[in-house]
Design a binder for this molecule. Structure first.
Ligand code: GLU
Length: 448
C-alpha cells in the first residue's frame, strides 16, 4: 500500500497521465510500493524530483512501418522505441514483435529494464521497442522486408553510444541479422549497435543461452542461500517454448532437475518422463511450428488446449518463461496446491500483483523478473564490451561471467532488502538495489 506522501503524489500523477496503460501502471505501482522505505530515509530523492523523472521516459519514438507482403499488398505497422533512462549508460533493451504491442506495453518493459540493467552491474540505461507486427505465418522474405522498413526509421535514433537494441519476444537471431544489415547499409558504419548478433558479425558466445541459463543460475543461488537447497531431483514446470524457456529447460536439466512441461499461446505439453529438448528445439528453432507437435512426436507426452493449464501441473519449482501476466491469482493458487515452493520469472512481469500476494502469503521463494531474467541483457552488456575491445571471449569465459553476475544480483538484492527492513524479500531487494544506483546517478547529473 502506498502511504508515503511523495510516492502517492507521483503515482497519482502517473495514473492521471497514463491511466490507459494498465501494464505500465502495474509495473510502476510495484516498484514505488517497495521503494517507500528508501524514499523515507533519503530526502534528497524527493528534493531532486527523482521519482517523477524516473516514471517519465526521456523520449518516446513512435513511427509508421510500411512494407509490401508476398502478395504485393501494402502493410502498415506501428514501430516504437522508448528511451526511458540514460543515467547510468546508453539506453539498452530489446525489441518485441507481437500483435499485443502498444505504447503501454513498451513503456512497462522499458521501465522494468532501467532497474534490471542497473542490477547487472554493467553500464546500461533502460529502453525498449518493438512493433505490433506479427511474424507468425510470415515468410523469411516478408520478415526481412519488415525488418528493413523498421530499421530505416529506427537507425536515426540509435547508435553504439546512444541506444543499443536487442531481441525480445519474436525477435531472435534471424531478425537481428536483418536489422543489423539494414543499419550498416544506411549508416555505412560497422558497430555494436545491436546485441544478439550472429557469431560471424560481432555476436557473443552464450548470448543465445543467457536469459534461460541466467534464470537457473539465479534460482540455484537463491535456493542455496535462502533454503540450503538446489535444482537436483526437483520437478520443474516451465511455460513458453521460445528462447528463454528452451535454455532454462536445458540448464535446469543440467543441474539435475526434471522439466515436465512446455507451452505456447494455444496450449501446453506435459511429458512425465521429462521434456526432450532436441524435439522442442527442432519444432521451435528449426520448423517455427507449434508446441502441439511435440505430443505427436513423443510417445507418452500429452497435449492440453489452453496455456494456463500448465500451472495445474504439480511441481517443486515453476519458471514462467512466456509473457506478462500469464499467472493470475487462480493459477498461483493452483501452483501452491500442486506443491510448488519456488517461482522465479524468466518472462517480464509474468505474475499479476494478486499472484505475487499468493506466493508471499504461502511463503514461496519468489524471484522477480527484473532480477531473475537479467542474464540476457547482462550478456548483451558483455557483447558490447567485446565489440568495443574488438575481440571475443570463449563460451566458458562468458558463461562464468554470467553466473557470477546472477549470483551478485541475489547478493545485492538480499543486502538491500536487509538494509531497508525487508529481510529475505528478493522483490523489494531487487527494486531497491536497482533503484539506488540509478537515483544517485540522476541526482549527481542534475535536473535533466
Ligand atoms: N529483451 C531482453 C530483456 O527483457 C534482453 C534485452 C537486451 O539484451 O538488451 O531483458
Amino acid at each position: 500500500m502506498l502511504t508515503n506522501e511523495y510516492v502517492k503524489r507521483v503515482y497519482d500523477q502517473v495514473q492521471k497521465r497514463d491511466g490507459d496503460q494498465p501494464e505500465f501502471l502495474q509495473a510502476v505501482y510495484e516498484v514505488l510500493d517497495t521503494l517507500q522505505p528508501v524514499i523515507a530515509k533519503h530526502p534528497e530523492y524527493e528534493a531532486n524530483g527523482v521519482l517523477e523523472r524516473l516514471v517519465e521516459p526521456e523520449r518516446v519514438i513512435k513511427f509508421r512501418v510500411a512494407w509490401v507482403d508476398d502478395a504485393g499488398k501494402v502493410q502498415v505497422n506501428r514501430g516504437y522505441r522508448i528511451q526511458f533512462n540514460s543515467a547510468i549508460g546508453p539506453y539498452k533493451g530489446g525489441l518485441r514483435f507481437h500483435p499485443t504491442v502498444n505504447e503501454g506495453v513498451i513503456k512497462f518493459l522499458g521501465f522494468e529494464q532501467i532497474l534490471k540493467n542497473s542490477l547487472t552491474t554493467l553500464p546500461m540505461g533502460g529502453g525498449k521497442g518493438g512493433s505490433d507486427f506479427n511474424p507468425k505465418g510470415k515468410s523469411d522474405a516478408e520478415v526481412m522486408r519488415f525488418c528493413q522498413a523498421f530499421m530505416t526509421e529506427l537507425c536515426r535514433h540509435i547508435g553504439q553510444f546512444t541506444d543499443v537494441p536487442a531481441g525480445d519476444i519474436n525477435v531472435g537471431g534471424r531478425e537481428i541479422g536483418y536489422l543489423f544489415g539494414q543499419y550498416k547499409r544506411i549508416r555505412d558504419e560497422y558497430s555494436g549497435v545491436l546485441t544478439g548478433k550472429g557469431l560471424e558479425f560481432g555476436g557473443s558466445l552464450a548470448r543465445t543461452e543467457a536469459t534461460g541459463y541466467g534464470l537457473c543460475y539465479y534460482t540455484q543461488e537463491a535456493l542455496r542461500v535462502l533454503k540450503n537447497d538446489s535444482f537436483a531431483g526437483k520437478t520443474v514446470v516451465i511455460s513458453g517454448s521460445g528462447n528463454v524457456a528452451i535454455y532454462a529447460t536445458e540448464k535446469a536439466q543440467q543441474l539435475g532437475a526434471k522439466v515436465v512441461t512446455a507451452s505456447d499461446s494455444n496450449g501446453y505439453v506435459y511429458d512425465p518422463d521429462g521434456i526432450k529438448l532436441d524435439v522442442v528445439k527442432q519444432i521451435k528453432e528449426v520448423e517455427r511450428g507449434r508446441i502441439k507437435e511435440y505430443a505427436e512426436r513423443v510417445p507418452g507426452a500429452e497435449y492440453h488446449e489452453g496455456c494456463a493449464g500448465v500451472w495445474t501441473v504439480p511441481c517443486d519449482i515453476a519458471l514462467p518463461c512466456a509473457t506478462q501476466n500469464e499467472i493470475n491469482e487462480e493459477s498461483a493458487k493452483a501452483l501452491v496446491a500442486g506443491g510448488c515452493k519456488v517461482v522465479c520469472e524468466g518472462a517480464n512481469m509474468p505474475s499479476t500483483p494478486e499472484a505475487i500476494e499468493v506466493y508471499k502469503s504461502n511463503g514461496l521463494l519468489y524471484g522477480p523478473a527484473k532480477a531473475a531474467n537479467a542474464g540476457g541483457v547482462a550478456v548483451s552488456g558483455l557483447e558490447m564490451s567485446q565489440n568495443s575491445y574488438r575481440l571475443s571471449w570463449t563460451f566458458e569465459e562468458t558463461d562464468a561471467k554470467l553466473k557470477s553476475i546472477m549470483e551478485s544480483i541475489v547478493a545485492a538484492s538480499l543486502a538491500a532488502a536487509k538494509e531497508y527492513g525487508e529481510e529475505g524479500d528478493l522483490m523489494a531487494g531487487a527494486n531497491i538495489a536497482g533503484f539506488v544506483k540509478v537515483a544517485n546517478a540522476m541526482v549527481a547529473q542534475g535536473v535533466l
